[in-house]
Write a protein that binds this ligand. Sequence first.
Ligand code: AMP
Length: 359
Amino acid sequence: MAAGPSSGLQLELDASGSGMDINFSGPLSEQPSFSLSQSGTFVKEDFVINKSGIAAVNGTPVPQLGVRLGDLEMLEILGKGASSLVRKALHRPSSTMLAVKILNVFDKGKRDQLLRELRTLYSNPLPWIVGFHDCLYDEGAMYIVLEYMDGGSLADVLQIVRDTGSGGLSELVLGKLTRHVLEGLNHLHHERHQVHRDMKPGNILLNSSGEVKISDFGLSAELDSTKEMCATFIGTHAYMSPERLSGAPYGFASDIWSLGVTLVECALGEYPYPAYEHGNYFVLLSQIINDPAPSLPEAQFSAEFRDFCAQCLSKDPAQRPSAQQLLAHPFVTMYADERRPFDLAGFVQTVSAMYRPVT
Ligand code: AMP
């Protein structure tokens, strides 16, 4: 490992020996977007990444984590995100299953997403955020190596439960999941001043140990915590808050709305706005912005759960409680493990035994 903060970066870039490093930059007036050396090193903002993994962060060389592409046996596709493909992979030396997210770095939007995702994942491991092993760059593709969550996403689980004809997920299961998701959101919002921006069933992952983790930070952005604003408009729309869809400033409360829609969908077994099913995008936008928020029927769900969803789905973002406040909501506390023990691990194992990979 090189001695000084900048020397490691220099060594990597000089390794081609030809001085023919490629700079992918915009017009001269703009900051270079990223660069690739002939040795196969990707450099963008605070990250230097090569075939052996992340080599430097913030100009400081970091110990490489030791995952090599040649050690990975790529298996079935687990899912497709808006801009990536996720494959299950066997890490042969350790016989460990991993999930590998593959992105093409020649697409600017994807590069920006990659950096956002790495900044969130490349920090201390947390029980509510999907585990990160390494990120490798090879021949135009970036491989983000993640902990494999063998229960798949909440969207996968919901699909399996729907296929059995039993409607949605039980309130008890949702109560258990909600606590974990709120812990993750509270950390993102409170500690990192970061909005996830793409909370939805597909980005909540489960495993057979009963762990629940948030993933896909490609759209998340750090906010000025005083202004709580995002100027940009990216991401999937069905779970977006009314204020965001109408182009107004949005912030942490927007993630809380998305959690509310996610819970209502999982409880009912179907996405609550009818226009979505008919693929009518503009009607969907109009329904989310103008119609009363979706709610849960009184006959099937507890007053606590209905109130929790109603608070998350307040049309006025200022009325939505924070993730921290929601952790103390009776819906969450009444399903706490001490009060309502439940084998979430066993539930996930049963459901994932029915899991069918994406083809
Ligand atoms: P993403 O691009 O992160 O939204 O991932 C797309 C889909 O891939 C998710 O909805 C999951 O079904 C699957 N997936 C993503 N990451 C993992 C993981 N770490 N373990 C298992 N499945 C995953």
